[in-house]
Design a binder for this molecule. Structure first.
Ligand code: AMP
Ligand code: MG
Length: 635
């Protein structure tokens, strides 16, 4: 715990965990809210972690399970007045126990309070000469988030002695300052098992599921007609709640799936201290730092075949890489630097001569050094790689808890579309989007549901959307959102869900629809084949990963030199199809591929990266540095 400057007044943080938590009981009476498990730890641990950097000292106010609370390493005080008298009783106990000038209280079930809570309360109290500062968002006071001067203790004692218990009553006559904070959600607390479950995922939105219009309003830079790419992404991220329905899956089927729960190591890895090299295990104390040391070789240990017995002074053990270190030995000398000789009169027994200059402890791997028992080996939200699969196996774990794959329905819209197998017709085009989308969804690891081509007819679109919103977790469609067609789509969407139509400040891919239809999130992509891919990669992919319960990832970007000149005006993000190569000086360069028309799929197919020209950027000259995202890993 370390706060600002040394001359700042000292503050004790009091975590209020003294209540009965009736709404958390769920029919049981033994649940203590602060100790309830949340995201892999006790609830109170989250609160302590957030408060610790803001104060000088911590106290926990608890009336039950005090020993368990003590395990968090801070003093625990119970109420001095009987009968679970609420937060004021906790504050009272805290003020009595604290020796600092100020005490700040936070409840044990609010793990999201602001990181600058205490600093702002203190600043306001000092500026106002107040003895008490209380957090507020809008009209809503948060009286249990309070900074209280120690001189208020006698006043509080009197108040409690008169039989009163209400915290806001106590505040009323005092010189109090209300301190405004922007985000009401930060002060929410977790009261019921349902809320707890809904928030279990580390990135669950809080509070859970706001209406889309509200999310849009609360997003910086929101402008439906010229929506910056970052703002569109932020809206999706805040609107989409991850699926959390784990299923048990055998290791061979786990590759590329999303881990639902942390994997905690059931063992130490390695399980024993062992040798990192082929050589001789010795006692470091035996080694002469100045001269060669002669030790008697008492046996051999192989990986998987330990030596039983301890090493006595003067002895060495021949060891192979991975062999368990014998008791007594702490150092391994590699075989290349020693020599051995037969010991006279002792048939078959050898001595090993070790040169000076060895370091005690060298070439030994410690038990648990890669991974200690009880530590998380893999975190929930990880997309499992080959290494992760191997790691799980190395811990003896053969079944993992994975998030189920979301079902994603997709269809194309347009009267001009031909399906594969249809004979070519003048004026019509083959539906390629559905196949591109299916391929991208498959790569992402969701379960694709092909709903075919939907004609440009109100009833057909209506029926398709209803069906998709019933069977899927998400729906992706192409076409029908551009200005000419949007009116018609808009009417249908208004009937079936909550969908917003955006013009995104990007190229290609300006029009897009987003929202919710039935039980599914909806992504209405443009019709142009390249725009479909770009909007999928830069919006849908991240959004579906979030839905899948995956931790947020950003595609890897590289800064490379441009071999092409590109005209661009600030105010929108542009994605240019490009190819990587090397300049004569060996530096990696990108050149833009042929026509960048948003219908030209061929130049997408030729490209191996996307050049991303940011919102505020202007034109690019040959030789300028630009950002690219290689397709490797995306496609
Ligand atoms: P839209 O956004 O529906 O106006 O479509 C824009 C352009 O993309 C038109 O030229 C369409 O013919 C074309 N397009 C729309 N959907 C598809 C599709 N599924 N496959 C290929 N091209 C399409
Ligand atoms: Mg169309």
């Amino acid at each position: 715990m370390a706060r600002g400057s040394p001359d700042a007044p000292a503050i004790t943080g009091v975590v209020l965990a003294g209540g009965l938590a009736r709404r958390m009981q769920d029919g049981r009476s033994d649940i203590d809210k602060g100790l309830v498990g949340f995201r892999g730890r006790a609830m109170v641990a989250h609160v302590l972690e957030r408060l610790a950097p803001q104060v000088d000292r911590l106290l926990i106010n608890a009336n039950r399970n005090q020993d368990e609370y003590r395990r968090f390493g801070h003093a625990v005080v119970g109420d001095a007045i009987a009968g679970y008298a609420g937060p004021l009783a906790g504050l009272h106990a805290g003020l009595q126990a604290a020796t600092t000038e100020w005490v700040v209280t936070v409840p044990c079930d609010s793990p999201f309070f602001p990181h600058d809570l205490v600093a702002r309360l203190l600043q306001a109290a000092q500026a106002d000469g107040a003895e008490l500062a209380v957090a507020r968002t809008g009209e809503q006071p948060h009286p249990v988030f309070a900074l209280v001067h120690r001189t208020l203790l006698p006043n509080l004692e009197q108040f409690l002695a008169s039989g009163q218990r209400k915290i806001d009553r106590w505040y009323a006559p005092l010189h109090t300052v209300a301190v405004d904070f922007p985000d009401p959600a930060a002060f929410s607390n977790i009261n019921t098992p349902d809320e707890l479950a809904a928030l279990e995922r580390p990135d669950a939105p809080f509070p859970v599921s706001l209406p889309l219009a509200e999310v849009e309003r609360g997003t910086e830079g929101f402008d439906r007609k010229a929506l910056p790419v970052v703002a569109a992404r932020a809206i999706m991220e805040r609107f989409i709640a991850p699926i959390d329905s784990p299923e048990q899956v055998e290791l061979p089927q786990c590759l590329d799936r999303i881990l639902a729960r942390d994997i905690v190591s059931p063992i130490d890895v390695p399980a024993h201290d062992n040798s990192a090299m082929d050589g001789y295990a010795v006692r470091g104390d035996d080694l002469d730092p100045q001269a060669p040391t002669r030790l008697v070789v008492v046996g051999t240990a192989f990986a998987g075949r330990p030596f039983d017995g301890a090493l006595a002074p003067g002895q060495a053990l021949r060891v192979m890489t991975g062999a368990v270190m014998p008791t007594g030995a702490d150092t391994v000398v590699i075989q290349e630097v020693v020599h051995t000789e037969a010991i006279e009169d002792a048939a078959g027994v050898q001595a090993v001569i070790i040169p000076p200059g060895q370091e005690v402890g060298q070439n030994r791997r410690h038990r648990g050094e890669d991974l200690a028992k009880g530590r998380p080996a893999l975190r929930a939200g990880k997309r499992l790689t080959a290494a992760d699969i191997g790691l799980a196996a190395s811990l003896g774990i053969g079944t993992l808890s994975l998030q189920r794959r979301p079902r994603v329905a997709f269809f194309s819209t347009g009267d001009e579309l031909l399906s594969l197998g249809d004979a070519p017709v003048p004026g019509k085009v083959y539906d390629s989007n559905r196949h591109t989308i299916r391929a991208m969804l498959t790569r992402l690891g969701v379960e694709p549901i092909d709903m075919g081509v939907v004609p440009d007819r109100r009833e057909a679109l209506h029926a398709a959307m209803l069906e998709a919103g019933r069977v899927a977790d998400a729906v992706v469609s192409s076409g029908g959102v551009s200005v000419g067609e949007a009116d018609f789509t808009r009417e249908v969407m208004a009937q079936v869900g909550e969908v917003s139509f955006w013009t995104i400040a990007m190229r290609p891919g300006r029009p897009m629809a987003f929202g919710r239809v039935g039980n599914a999130y909806y992504f209405g992509l443009p019709g142009n084949p390249v725009a479909v891919m770009v909007t999928f990669y830069f919006f849908v992919r991240g959004a579906l990963e979030r839905l899948m319960g995956a931790s947020a990832t950003t595609p890897a970007t590289m800064r490379v030199r441009s071999r092409s000149a590109v005209r661009k005006r600030p105010g929108r993000t542009e994605y240019q199809r490009a190819m990587l190569g090397r300049g004569e000086d060996g530096i990696i360069e990108a050149s833009v591929t042929g026509s960048q028309g948003s219908g030209v799929l061929r130049s997408m197919s030729e490209a191996d990266c996307m050049m991303v020209l940011g919102h505020d950027q202007g034109s690019v000259a040959v030789g300028d540095w630009v950002e690219v995202i290689p397709f490797h890993g995306l496609l």
